[in-house]
Design a protein around this ligand. Structure first.
Ligand code: KIV
Length: 270
């Protein structure tokens, strides 16, 4: 029997997510405010308050300048809007450079928001941070493969898992994060063969983005999937509707109605 019907009826917990591996695909989407979180509430298993907000919400070129204060502020908004999905706060660049900083900042995330987990980017080299957080009762979502916070040090966004050596390295990353206590792992921008090898190698769920069908779940950035973010469109983004076009058409309609004194008509007047 399926754990979920199409609409998620109960509060999603870490236990729910753990039980979904191999049983039912996990749905995750980003949200940055209460308005959209409310629209997604009950329709997805997880919401990620991603540091991608630095690009799509704040208009910066990359995610690197997001701060923990910003992530807390947006997570508070998302928690105000959604009560059912498992909510994850994305730890920004520079907020988990060592165990002490990581525990201090993630503790703020738990104390100042209702997020049930935090996400950090990095493989085996960050396993000690995942361990420190887990040992301090903070649930961690890992993130391996293409990691946007490594953009400058890697010299660009690079697809991973293109050969056997890199696949083996990604599998090692995933195993190290699982051993350190991560409850699930986001796998971004990897060849589908690599995502399958990772998913098969661990007992915790993988959540793919640009990683093919073989992950245990999928995540997309809301402003990409609904066509509001126009700066670039990665191959993996399915645009479910053209939000930007819809908004422009209707803002033009509003402007024309105001200019021609069609709005507000009697219907909208006290
Ligand atoms: O910040 C974000 O939105 C993310 C997703 C792309 C997984 O990390």
């Amino acid at each position: 029997m399926s754990i979920h019907t199409e609409k998620v009826a109960k509060k999603v917990t870490l236990t729910t997510i753990a039980k979904m591996k191999g049983v039912e695909p996990i749905t995750m989407v980003t949200a940055y405010d209460a308005l959209f979180a409310k629209l997604f509430d009950g329709h997805v298993d997880m919401i990620l308050v991603g540091d991608s907000l630095n690009m799509s919400f704040l208009g910066k070129d990359d995610t690197l300048s997001a701060t923990i204060d910003q992530m807390i502020y947006h997570t508070q908004a998302v928690c105000n809007g959604a009560s059912l999905p498992l909510i994850v706060l994305d730890m920004p660049f520079g907020s988990y450079t060592n165990e002490i900083e990581a525990v201090k900042n993630a503790t703020r995330a738990y104390q100042e928001t209702n997020a049930q987990a935090v996400k950090i980017e990095g493989g085996k080299e960050r396993a000690h941070i995942v361990k420190a957080l887990s040992q301090n009762s903070i649930a961690v979502l890992g993130h391996i493969g293409l990691m946007p916070q490594f953009l400058r040090s890697d010299g660009g966004y690079k697809i991973r898992g293109k050969d056997k050596t890199d696949i083996a390295s990604l599998v090692e990353d995933a195993k190290a994060l699982e051993a350190a206590g991560a409850f699930a792992i986001v796998v971004e921008g990897v060849k589908s063969e690599a995502a399958k090898a990772i998913t098969d190698a661990i007992t915790i769920p993988t959540i793919g983005i640009g990683a093919g069908l073989d992950c245990d779940g999928q995540v997309l950035v809301w402003s990409d999937m609904f066509g509001f973010f126009e700066d670039f469109k990665p191959k993996f983004v399915k645009q479910y509707f053209d939000g930007a076009k819809l908004v422009r058409e209707n803002i033009d309609k509003y402007s024309a109605e105001v200019k021609s004194k069609q709005f507000p008509s009697e219907e909208y007047t006290y």
